[in-house]
Design a protein. Structure first.
Ligand SMILES: [Zn+2]
Length: 329
């Protein structure tokens, strides 16, 4: 039920990147669960291969993929993780502290992307599978963005469609930030419906809506249903979530799979400054995750969960409490 392997738990600090994606987020969650359930085992990843070029082309433009798969993909990673400020100086990045080159981070992320796909595939047979990783929902057709290098969500779904294992899918995104890459990638794809509950203010919605030529910036493209949440609306969060799920169900077919982009960054103890507009308690987050689980289970929809955003020392608690309730069942 849980896909976890220490090798896939990449540590940004090893690359000199100073984003508070604490190195042990997945590990702490897994260790906590393992202490209670000693039968839990790490997933064997010895046969796991990275996403291939043809996999990546299911979501991304060839020009981007060629650059990403080249021998020097550093620039793509620097853009994606926002490691340079407007003046061209390093930002949140100290190459002198790096133990590994950025190209290794690319390789780890491509391996993680394949784990997201395998999680979705396992969800089809087991009913539910949870990957302690993945969920790179900001990655757009033309490049990585917002710490998300490739959109493993859409790649995984389209791989399953290509294999004729599913016809259609929903993506339910409860990360604090709008699932803008996923929305962009599915603008013309009626086989994937997207729901995003996110902060009504802040990144990525705090930049200009239109570019200098008057075109809508792609991170404003709409999901099938977007439900912005504003500061102070936290007590109604789960009501909004339920209303949005019911609304999707009224309009569209039952999906062959739901991918839950299960970010923990709406947590009040999250440490990334850009998540400060949404502050759910641990109890509200458990209610959120239980609501999602019960809603899809009662409709017999296979559920694949990806970890997505969650920053700082406490983010592991959000995942651990939900997985603990699932393991109790
Ligand atoms: Zn986020």
């Amino acid at each position: 039920m849980i896909f976890y392997n220490n090798k896939l738990d990449h540590r940004l600090c090893d690359y000199g990147i100073e984003i508070p994606l604490v190195k042990s987020r997945s590990e702490r969650c897994f260790q906590y669960l393992k202490d209670k359930y000693p039968q839990l085992k790490e997933t064997d990843c010895s046969d796991l291969s990275p996403l291939s070029k043809s996999d990546l082309l299911l979501a991304h433009k060839e020009e981007y993929i060629d650059s990403l798969l080249s021998e020097n993909p550093d620039e793509e990673l620097i853009k994606c993780f926002e490691l340079r400020d407007q003046k061209g100086n390093w930002y949140r990045y100290n190459p002198a502290n790096a133990k590994k080159p950025l190209i290794k981070l690319r390789d780890e992320i491509l391996l993680q992307g394949m784990a997201s796909f395998e999680t979705m595939e396992k969800a089809l047979s087991d009913g539910l599978y949870y990957f302690l990783g993945g969920g790179m929902h900001h990655a757009m057709s033309f490049g990585g963005r917002g710490f998300c290098l490739v959109n493993d969500i859409i790649i995984g779904i389209r791989k399953l469609q290509k294999m004729n294992k599913i016809q259609n899918a929903w993506v339910v995104d409860v990360d604090a930030h709008k699932g803008c890459g996923t929305a962009e990638l599915t603008q013309d794809d009626d086989s994937i419906r997207t729901l995003s509950l996110h902060m009504g203010k802040g990144w990525p919605l705090d930049s200009d809506k239109y570019d200098e030529k008057g075109r809508l910036n792609p991170w404003f493209l709409e999901s099938t249903i977007d439900r912005p949440i504003y500061s102070g609306e936290e007590p109604d969060y789960n009501t909004f979530l339920l209303e949005s799920l019911n609304s999707l169900e009224k309009q569209f077919h039952k999906p062959g799979l739901v991918v839950i982009v299960n970010g923990s960054d709406p947590y009040e103890k999250d440490e990334l400054p850009s998540t400060s507009h949404l502050n759910l308690s641990l109890a509200q987050l458990l209610e959120r995750d239980t609501l999602l689980y019960e809603w899809f289970k009662s409709r017999n929809v296979p559920q694949a969960y990806l970890m997505s955003g969650g920053y700082g020392d406490c983010s592991w608690e959000v995942y651990a409490q939900f997985l603990e309730t699932l393991l109790e069942k």
